[in-house]
Design a binder for this molecule. Structure first.
Ligand code: G16
Ligand code: MG
Length: 218
């Protein structure tokens, strides 16, 4: 097709941010400082390693490299305990309908996530087989806001970047999409995601004819 779509995972297809929060909070508790939901906002769309750095700076804690590695492993184990209990009921409203709409229009879509757990999460919610490709934290060397994850996504779609539409809930992700020269669609708070080309509160708000104009324009 003439256009393609790249979906972020956490915050767009599922809300795994709440599980990241619980796991990071556990770690902060162990280290003896408070970690709030507001702090958690800073970790959205950010890689696991970078998330730990931000968390440690919030608590004013410095750790050796080996201790950091240890905590990265234990945080992820903790997180996976929540993930392995997930099911299709946790797919965010409007997501499946949107994928159906794209299927009907013959528009291909891939995943473009920072998470190294993306394949597992998609399997848990029965969406793994729907994506043409999965580009995740295992396939990139540079995290969002670097455009690498989305540029690889465009390659998987066999499209040039300007033919790709990215759905993102994080500032770093919108920035990455814009840097990649793609159309960015911000999902969530419009003021927070003011750099996006289009804004919607959630996927249920996307009009059924949203893609048609891209098909005729691009
Ligand atoms: C997600 C989350 C981030 C998380 C990152 C890495 O990104 O938004 O909070 O730190 O993945 O996750 P993991 O520890 O599972 O590798 P995205 O890009 O799907 O929004
Ligand atoms: Mg996200």
């Amino acid at each position: 097709n003439k256009i393609g779509v790249i979906f972020d995972l956490d915050g767009v297809i599922v809300d795994t941010a709440k599980y990241h929060f619980l796991a990071w909070k556990n770690l902060a508790d162990d280290l003896g400082f408070e970690f709030t939901e507001a702090h958690n906002e800073l970790l959205k769309g950010v890689s696991r390693v970078r998330s730990l750095e931000i968390l440690l700076s919030i608590g004013n804690v410095s750790l050796s490299e080996s201790k950091k590695q240890e905590y990265l492993v234990s945080k992820n184990e903790d997180y996976l305990n929540y993930i392995t209990k997930m099911g299709p009921e946790e797919i965010l409203p409007g997501a499946e309908k949107l994928l159906d709409n794209l299927d009907d229009l013959g528009i291909s879509y891939v995943l473009g996530s920072a998470s190294k757990n993306a394949p597992l999460i998609l399997k848990q919610v029965n969406l793994f087989d729907r994506f043409k490709a999965i580009v995740d934290g295992n396939s990139v060397s540079k995290a969002k806001p670097d455009p690498e994850v989305f540029l690889i996504g465009a390659e998987k779609l066999n499209l040039s970047p300007e033919k790709c539409i990215v759905f993102e809930d994080a500032i770093a992700g919108v920035e990455a999409a814009n840097k990649a020269n793609m159309t960015s669609v911000g999902i969530g708070d419009e003021d927070t995601l003011n750099e996006a080309d289009y804004n919607f509160n959630n996927l249920t708000e996307i009009p059924k004819n949203f893609f048609e104009k891209f098909l005729s324009e691009k």
